[in-house]
Design a binder for this molecule. Structure first.
Ligand code: 5RP
Length: 225
């Protein structure tokens, strides 16, 4: 479940601290969500002050915001990101659950392509062990067999419903999302199991991808690397 309890101020501190690490000439993966949005706005201000960067957005939402704040955009066909900055729903060490915004497929391949992933999160996202639910994006036509395979893997899938209208959430890629509850999450083997299910596009377990975590708190920001 997307955790929404963190303060906007803590999110802002985390996002701005990570944006500060971006240097001239870099290509930047632009994550999705309210914390990543603070980083995008900070990068927009830096571009106004002369920073020369190009952004690779991970969602419709981050592309719109990047355009609004004046970050020149590029694609993975044209450039390899030096760094990606993205939020998370849960952070246990350097392992993450992502996908609260249903953007985890793009977020994962942009972060994987980048030389380094800087995670930005308020301290409400920190946990000793990932608990989920784990978002799983899947091809709509494969709904029944994907649900069966997730149950066989010990999970209970719930189709993510749209908040503001009837019907399911549809991702930027035209797919659907199951939020999958598990009694316990062993990140690496579960990630491999979910990736191997035919019809699954991507799941929200990010294992071994993060290089640093910027934790925003009420009184400052802590960098874990
Ligand atoms: C989107 C994500 C987001 O990064 C995650 O949900 C965190 O969002 P927020 O910063 O708004 O709490 O994974 O798919």
């Amino acid at each position: 479940m997307k955790r929404t309890g963190g303060s906007n101020e803590a999110k802002r501190r985390a996002g701005e601290a990570a944006a500060d690490r971006v240097t001239d000439g870099e290509v930047v993966g632009l994550g999705t969500g309210s914390t990543a949005a603070h980083a995008i706005r900070a990068l927009g201000r830096a571009v106004d002050s002369g920073l020369d960067i190009r952004g690779v957005p991970t969602s419709f939402q981050s592309r719109e915001l990047a355009r609004e704040v004046g970050i020149p955009l590029t694609t993975l066909d044209e450039a390899t990101p030096d760094v990606a900055i993205d939020g998370a729903d849960e952070v246990a060490g350097f392992d993450l659950v992502k996908g609260g915004g249903a953007a985890h497929a793009r977020e994962k391949y942009v972060a994987s392509a980048a030389d380094r992933l800087l995670v930005v999160a308020d301290d409400s996202k920190l946990t000793d062990a990932l608990a989920g639910p784990v978002p799983v994006e899947f091809l709509p036509d494969a709904r029944a067999p994907v649900a069966t395979a997730i149950r066989e893997a010990g999970g209970e899938p719930t189709l993510r419903a749209a908040e503001r209208k009837d019907g399911p959430v549809v991702t930027d890629n035209g797919n659907l999302v199951f939020d999958c509850a598990f009694e316990a999450i062993d990140p690496e083997p579960l990630a491999a199991t979910l990736s191997a299910i035919p019809g699954v596009v991507e799941h929200g377990l990010f294992v071994g991808l993060a290089d640093a975590v910027f934790v925003g708190r009420a009184d400052g920001v802590e960098r874990r690397a």
